[in-house]
Design a protein around this ligand. Sequence first.
Ligand code: ZN
Length: 150
Amino acid sequence: MADLDDLYREVIFEHSKKPRNFGKLDGANRVAGGHNPLCGDKVTVYLDVEGQGVKDVHFDGKGCAICTASASLMTQALKGKSEPDAKALIERFCTMLTGDPSAPAEDEKLGKLNALAGVRKFPVRVKCATLAWRTAEAALAGASEPIKTE
Ligand code: ZN
């Protein structure tokens, strides 16, 4: 398992140094901000939701390595998902992090997102990892434009 831990550490390190989809999103139609006062993390999540799906996802803000890496992975994971799938994935990810620490953490359906599973051993860091996801959930819930059917 040590090799896997190393791989996961590398994923977190790499995403925290070079976050994907970082910066304001032109054309975003749903935006939400999140703040984790425990650590000082602040993120804003920008969503471009069209028709039935999440067309694009960006984030910006200032957070610790775990917060930034988790936000970066979140943008990749939610992009292209339908709204129900995006919401289900957010729940699944947050459940993994807040579940019973003695239960197996790995959730094969989460793939690369398992890189963050180890965070649940450190309760003070869990909010760092879930912040961007909960913020994306809020953005999804609060349509800033009237819902249009096609
Ligand atoms: Zn943090």
